[in-house]
Design a binder for this molecule. Structure first.
Ligand code: KG4
Ligand code: ZN
Length: 342
């Protein structure tokens, strides 16, 4: 019998609901909040209010698009953390209410585990291929930069992570220096297509093992601009695209050097990238070239599953459902949930 799961994601500024039938996607609705654009970042209070407004229509549309009745659901899944507490609270409370009213089991999902499995969401059955384990996952988002060994669907081991800023933060903070809107990652990505990536050189960190660091790069970027602006007030304007391209190249170098090293040291050639930064075109191209060179079996998530979405929450819940890993009605959101908390 097929397993139907409703996934709900509300950890930050996207209200999303998805329905999957086993590991196949039936619908995925995302409402991205626009109220934050003028604030240079996500305003937690506004985010939770927007989730309150959006959650009923978003879940209703996901059910309608999938052609599914509530009563047909096998489980209701929600993001338990990490994220903004007020935002998480909306999704958790809504899922709990639905579960209490219908008697359908509840499944809590760690948001990061959703990103890790986002490349396994099947939209077109003809493209289905069995997932190979173990795989190495480079999880890169606005809040996280991690290298994870995945031995089975719910079996994860952190090999390394950032000791300061996340890769997405490096993109966004440097973009801000260039006067770009938040989040700046996608703008840097687009400008890199026309800029010269070798025009400027920024220092790369020397961090042992598989850990990452981006705070030095941010400082190096800032100093380069500060020093040059003293000589030419129009320095940024004249060099915007080159600065973006050189910054992006450095971030990609830092990320991919660790993946190459981890693959060599562990002998794992199944490689996956995930999280918002995995949408980056330069990174995707570089990973594709590296996969050919190193004989990797590379999986890139579809672009629409790189950012926060409920389909990735539902796919994790599908694997938890098979193990009957349900929550009690007193489950609470956890803004700083432990990575190993499944
Ligand atoms: O996974 P995500 O949507 O949210 C978090 O859980 O953090 O990631 C958001 C991050 C932001 O820092 C954003 O600038 C970055 O992903 N991002 C990109 C691109 N698209 C989104 N960074 C570089 N290039 C992109 N194309
Ligand atoms: Zn995320």
């Amino acid at each position: 019998m097929s397993i139907y799961i409703l996934g709900i994601e509300s950890s930050c500024d996207d209200t999303s609901a998805a329905i999957i039938c086993d590991n196949k996607l039936c619908s995925n609705v995302i409402s991205t909040q626009q109220v934050h654009v003028n604030y240079g970042g996500v305003v937690p209070e506004l985010a939770s209010r927007e989730h309150q407004k959006n959650i009923i229509p978003v879940v209703g549309t996901a059910l309608k698009n999938a052609g599914i009745e509530m009563s047909e659901l096998s489980a209701i899944a929600f993001t338990r953390g990490p994220g903004l507490l007020g935002s998480l609270m909306v999704g958790v409370s809504f899922a709990k209410g639905l579960s209490l009213a219908s008697g359908i089991p509840l499944i809590g999902v760690n948001h990061l585990h959703g990103h890790i499995l986002s490349h396994t969401i099947i939209e077109d059955e003809s493209l289905y291929r069995e997932q190979e384990f173990p795989f190495l996952c480079l999880l890169i988002s606005g809040g996280h930069t991690m290298l994870i060994k995945v031995s089975a669907y719910l079996d994860y081991e952190i090999l390394g992570q950032t000791i300061d800023d996340a890769a997405g933060e490096a993109f966004d903070k440097c973009a801000k220096v260039l006067g770009l809107p938040y989040p700046g990652g996608p703008y840097i990505d687009r400008m890199s297509l026309i800029g010269d990536e070798n025009k400027f050189v920024f220092g790369k960190p020397k961090i042992p093992a598989f850990d990452f660091s981006f705070s030095g790069l941010k400082t190096s970027f800032l100093y380069k601009i500060r020093d040059n602006i003293k000589l030419d007030a129009d320095f940024i304007e004249k060099n915007k695209d080159h600065l973006a391209a050189s910054l992006q190249k450095t971030i990609i170098d830092i990320l991919t050097d660790k993946v190459i090293d981890a693959s060599e040291k562990t002998g794992i050639k199944n490689i996956v990238i995930s999280g918002g930064v995995s949408a980056n075109k330069g990174l995707r191209n570089r990973m594709t070239l590296l996969a050919e060179k190193h004989n990797w079996n590379l999986s890139l998530p579809a672009l629409k599953f790189t950012a926060d979405n409920a389909a990735m929450i539902a796919i994790v819940a599908y694997h938890k459902y098979k193990l009957k890993l349900f929550e009690n009605a007193d489950v609470m959101p956890a803004a700083k949930i432990d990575f190993y908390d499944i």
